[in-house]
Design a protein around this ligand. Structure first.
Ligand code: MCA
Ligand code: AMP
Length: 502
């Protein structure tokens, strides 16, 4: 049987092809039939560019509607879609292209110069608000395409996620992974044809690309497509939406808008939050202002969604609810032995949602799974008496800023490589807007005049802006324990002690 995710979407699409799928407020409206036709044309264009099933198609593109049929075209042609954060710079792109060896790279015209020099073995095509070279190639192509059958464990997508050691790893997501998770979410959150999803997330991560879009496509519902999150714009469109998904920063920024009230949310049935911890005070303030209890869920690039507070029933702030149907979650000790309810340990996950491993990194794959197939999330948590999971911290050295992960190790390695730097340590500090903000402590070598601005500017030329420290503090030495390990908790305490209160 064909397990191609696109075939699943096709069976759930409205019979009436003129039903709207994607609506850009004040702009284009794309119905299900048109989306199918464009994805067919682009699939032909990708095959024409030499793509064979299993080949990778990378995309570093702004959030134009044309990206949706590109993603669907890659699925239809049996290709592996590799979305890239638009903030990624030369230092990151070079690695991704070298590791994934995409046959085709689609990028915005402004990035063509850099991308073309870095992706030498690939066909590079542009995509912009008018369609770009990619769409120019498609206009004469047939509007139907026989979707390439796929086995459940064939790859549908690779998403890069940084690591606590070394370089980024490409999580290999299969058609089974994406389909099983999408079906579980549509049912758990009861998406139906009448829904209108306000889509303001970026479409290069699991949250915006898979969780949000798949819920819409599998229920044949409509998306209000915003290019980015802007609190005022979101508020203006909320009255026309029935559902919204966001990271906690979306909700804190909405709360800062005086216009956020019950009337603005009168049509909405569901607000979902994830990718980072939602503070209980944000949950409560949002309920006071709008009457809505935000539904918090928990996921990861490698696993998709694992747990969710219920649609019906009690949504408990500070928890992410019980495991989703079909997903198993356990909390274990350092020897992978399950712990009693109420005891904190590492969260491990098993199920059809969990990725096949890391692209061309068998050693990292082996390290990430137990012998009996549980995935080690590196998150710490415990179950309560109701069977709800609470995430209480991270065993991994990772910062989440505005829903985006930053791995200190990656930034430290880059700072350490700068002339005049002896060593560095990067930590996260509480931030009202982003949840956590990135801060670097740097020990300079004698005789070198390093400045905060200089360090930040050098980093910005190489890596995405969201990873760059907001502050760089110069110190004479880093605090270490008896084993010689940098005591990041001491650095974090130092910051809390020196940061003025609100
Ligand atoms: C942008 N900047 C940031 C962030 N975003 N800095 C720190 N943290 C961020 N998250 C920086 C830019 O580099 C730029 O810096 C400046 O802020 C302005 O950029 P702009 O794009 O205008 O920022 P913004 O519009 O205010 O964006 C903030 C945001 C956005 C709306 C919170 O980051 C966002 O949409 N985040 C959602 C991320 C997401 O989808 N996460 C899901 C992945 P400069 O001016 O210095 O150049 S996690 C996931 O998928 C798992 C599976 C899950 O569970 O969901
Ligand atoms: P990513 O690698 O971008 O997929 O991020 C996954 C990580 O985000 C998880 O391992 C968690 O640490 C974190 N995360 C996702 N959802 C939540 C949540 N609701 N509460 C706390 N942390 C979360």
């Amino acid at each position: 049987m064909d397990a191609n995710l696109y075939s699943l979407f096709a069976t759930h699409a409205p019979a009436d092809g003129s039903a709207a799928c994607l609506v850009v407020p004040g702009g284009t409206s794309i119905d299900y039939g048109t989306l199918d036709a464009w994805s067919a044309r682009i699939a032909h264009a990708l095959v024409g560019a030499g793509c064979k099933p299993g080949d990778r198609v990378a995309a570093q593109v702004d959030k134009h509607w044309q990206v949706l049929p590109l993603y669907l075209a890659a699925l239809r042609a049996g290709l592996v879609y590799l979305p890239l954060n638009t903030g990624y710079q030369r230092g990151e792109l070079e690695y991704f292209f070298g590791d994934a060896e995409p046959r085709v790279v689609v990028c915005s015209p402004e990035r063509l110069g850099v991308v073309a020099t870095l992706a030498r073995g690939s066909t590079v095509l542009t995509l912009d608000a008018k369609g770009g070279e990619l769409f120019d190639r498609t206009r004469e192509l047939p509007a139907d395409f026989a979707t390439v059958p796929r086995a459940p464990d064939d790859l549908a997508s690779i998403l890069y996620t940084s690591g606590t050691t070394g370089r980024s790893k490409g999580a290999m997501l299969t058609h089974r992974n994406l389909a099983s998770n999408a079906l579980a979410l549509v049912e758990a959150w009861r998406f139906t044809r009448g829904d209108v999803l306000l889509h303001a997330l970026p479409i290069y991560h699991v949250h915006g690309l898979f969780v949000a879009i798949h819920c819409a496509l599998l229920s044949g519902s409509r998306m209000l497509w915003l290019a980015r999150f802007d609190a005022k714009e979101v508020l203006a469109h909320l009255p026309h939406a029935t559902a919204m998904m966001g990271v906690p920063t979306f909700y804190t920024r909405l709360l800062a808008e005086p216009g956020l009230d019950r009337a603005a949310c009168a049509n909405v049935r569901l607000f979902v939050s994830g990718s980072a911890p939602l503070l209980p005070e944000t949950f409560r303030s949002f309920e006071e202002r709008t009457g809505h209890r935000i539904l918090e869920r928990y996921g990861m690039t490698e696993t998709g969604m694992n747990a969710s507070n219920p649609l019906d029933g009690e949504r408990v702030p500070g928890t992410v609810g019980p495991p989703l149907p079909g997903v198993q979650i356990r909390v274990v000790d350092a020897r992978d032995a399950p712990l009693a309810q109420g005891t904190i340990g590492e969260i491990q996950v098993r199920g059809p949602n969990v990725c096949r491993g890391y692209w061309r990194k068998d050693d990292k794959t082996a390290e990430s799974f137990t012998a009996d197939g549980w995935f080690r999330t590196g998150d710490l948590g415990s179950f309560d008496a109701r069977g709800y999971l609470a995430i209480v911290g991270r065993g991994k050295d990772m910062i989440i800023s505005g829903g985006l992960n930053v791995y200190p190790k990656e930034i430290e390695e880059r700072i350490d490589a700068m002339a005049g730097v002896e060593e560095s340590a990067v930590v996260g500090t509480p931030d009202a807007d982003f949840g956590e903000a990135v801060v670097a402590f740097v020990v300079a070598r004698p005789g070198h005049a390093l400045t905060e601005r200089g360090v930040i500017a050098a980093l910005k030329a190489e890596i995405a802006g969201f990873k760059c420290p907001r502050r760089v503090l110069f110190v004479t030495e880093l605090p270490r324990n008896a084993m010689g390990k940098v005591q990041k908790n001491v650095l974090r305490e130092k910051l809390t002690a020196t940061t003025p209160g609100p």
